[in-house]
Ligand binder design. Structure first.
Ligand code: AHR
Length: 335
């Protein structure tokens, strides 16, 4: 179980300004932008990464439901995993003079220009799920999301248990399915995993092949099939998310091998389909990454709008699951 820790704080004082523009794949889950009982309805512009995974679908539902519950005027757009779509959605929100902009950045770099535009328009920006690298920390107020580096470390630690449980002896030849290139969870999960591997398993663990599957099932299947051709002796798969693990399972079975036995599998997320695969013995362990960020996000948005001080990084609480816990946990999984 992860604990919340090392919170930084940031003081914020905010207001709104702007103009007008347009963007593809946008919907407006408006509950009305007028006043309710004297308090002005908060207008939140939210730019989502896309719909690449089960995690993402659950996250989108959580954000939309929580905005409705909070009575916000939500302007939502799906960037279809393209940074240029997110940049134009953010520009659109600036032009529309929304009160707060929130977004889950598809990649970590390349945001300074648009974030400076939001700052100049006095519209506060809240990051959700993923972080960015900026030259100026004042360009966003806070991040609501997971510690991906720690998820990578937890994946390595749970792999130790998986290997012990399987009675594995000898070299550990790992295939790594990376998330979207340049995305915070891909960079940080790989980093956290390697950190433990280098510190504690240098002699016996080796990542023999590693490539992006873009966080999708199709990507996981295609890349795993290629891995099995080039490295037929891999005995462990570390997948940066459940969807890629599920795609990889199809490729492993197509190659005549038994996922969870011939190739031990650790993945990240904990979506229902991941738990189903784990209860069938095809995934050995899952490190949870909680997508239900909507309620926390709405709470932070209100505080930011009201000029309150908020933590610089609001971390998500998560757990880890071994295969023997899957059947019992499955009925109560919320996403
Ligand atoms: O940013 C979170 C990651 O993005 C999830 O692990 C993955 O499934 C999603 O696509």
């Amino acid at each position: 179980m992860l604990s919340r820790r090392n919170f930084l704080t940031a003081a914020v004082g905010v207001a709104a300004a702007g103009g007008l523009a347009a963007c593809a794949k946008e919907d407006d889950s408006s509950t009305g932008s007028s006043s309710t009982g004297g308090a002005k309805t908060i207008t939140l512009g939210f730019s989502q990464v896309g719909s690449e995974s089960g995690w993402r679908s659950a996250n989108t539902t959580s954000v939309k439901d929580a905005a409705k519950e909070a009575g916000y005027n939500l302007k939502f757009s799906d960037a279809q995993q393209k940074q240029e779509n997110q940049i134009s959605a953010i520009r659109n929100y600036i032009a529309q003079k929304v009160d707060v902009i929130a977004f889950s950045p598809v990649v970590v770099t390349g945001w300074d220009a648009v974030l400076k535009e939001a700052k100049a328009a006095k519209i506060p920006v809240v990051l959700t799920d993923r972080s960015v690298e900026t030259s100026d920390d004042s360009l966003y107020v806070t991040l609501v999301g997971s510690d991906f580096t720690d998820e990578g470390r937890r994946a390595a630690k749970i792999l130790e248990k998986v290997l012990t449980k399987a009675g594995h002896k000898g070299a550990v030849k790992i295939a790594q399915l990376e998330g979207t290139t340049g995305a915070a969870p891909a960079i940080e999960r790989a980093k956290g995993f390697k950190e433990i591997m280098d510190a504690e398993h240098k002699a016996d663990w080796k990542i023999v092949v590693s490539q992006t599957g873009d966080f999708t099932r199709a990507g996981g299947k295609q890349v795993m099939a290629a891995f099995l051709q080039s490295n037929p002796d891999v005995n462990v798969l570390f997948a940066h998310n459940d969807d890629m693990a599920i795609g990889a399972i199809q490729a492993i079975e197509a190659a005549g091998k038994k996922p969870g036995t011939d190739i031990l599998i650790v993945s990240i997320d904990g979506v229902k389909d991941g738990f189903v695969a784990m209860s069938e013995g095809k995934i050995n362990a899952i490190v949870e990454c909680n997508p239900l960020l909507g309620p926390q996000l709405m709470d932070v948005v209100k505080k930011v709008k009201d000029g309150e001080t908020v933590e610089r990084w609001i971390k998500t609480e998560e757990s880890d699951f071994m295969q023997d816990q899957a059947k019992a946990a499955l009925p109560s999984r919320k996403y």
